[in-house]
Design a protein. Structure first.
Length: 191
């Protein structure tokens, strides 16, 4: 009995060291060596200032910026989550109509214009950093007006949206998308 307990304790100690110390340090070391940007949260840094992460959506409210999709958690990364309202929910329907109306007004679109779904509904995590290229292009007129850009600069802004568009992975996975933070940083640099 005593020898079984001793063997069990030795095995517990060995596995604790192996899986609790050696393996995590090995994975950490490999990640820092092979993928340092991703291992450190894909942070965007300008000088000494952290602008955000490529992976976490942010709230942009100024008319001079591209706006992110709505967030049920107000872009708080500490409590990622959705509203949990179903598609049959009356509350979700009212919320969707309010968002539609606000989108049409803020972007000076005509009533009945097609609104990209991601601008009507919050993402499942509440932190999705991407919008569709269509949603970005619908915001161009507002940004041109807010930044007092010329027609030539408007064309540059449209080209910028196209350059910032990430295509499907391997040509088949996901949808085309634009990272709002990266697009806004590029817009600030260009104008």
């Amino acid at each position: 009995m005593k020898s079984s307990i001793l063997i069990s304790l030795k095995l517990l100690l060995a596995m604790t060291i192996l899986t609790g110390v050696i393996y995590p340090l090995l994975v950490f070391g490999l990640a820092q060596t092979i993928f340092p940007h991703q291992a450190n949260g894909s942070l965007i840094v300008s000088g000494n200032r952290h602008l955000g992460s490529e992976l976490i959506g942010q709230k942009f409210s100024g008319n001079q910026y591209f706006h992110s999709r709505p967030s049920a958690i107000d872009y708080n990364p500490e409590c990622s989550g959705a509203s949990n309202l179903s598609m049959t929910s009356a509350k979700l329907k009212v919320l969707g109509l309010k968002r539609d109306s606000a989108w049409l007004v803020s972007n000076k679109l005509y009533p009945g214009a097609t609104i990209p779904a991601e601008m009507r509904y919050a993402s499942g995590s509440g932190l999705d950093p991407h919008i569709s290229p269509e949603a970005a292009l619908q915001q161009v007129a507002r940004i041109v007006q807010a930044r007092h850009l010329t027609n030539a600069q408007k064309t540059e802004l449209i080209d910028l949206v196209e350059k910032q568009t990430e295509h499907r992975q391997f040509g088949i996975l996901g949808e085309e998308r634009v990272n709002v933070l990266l697009l806004n940083i590029a817009t600030d640099k260009l104008f």
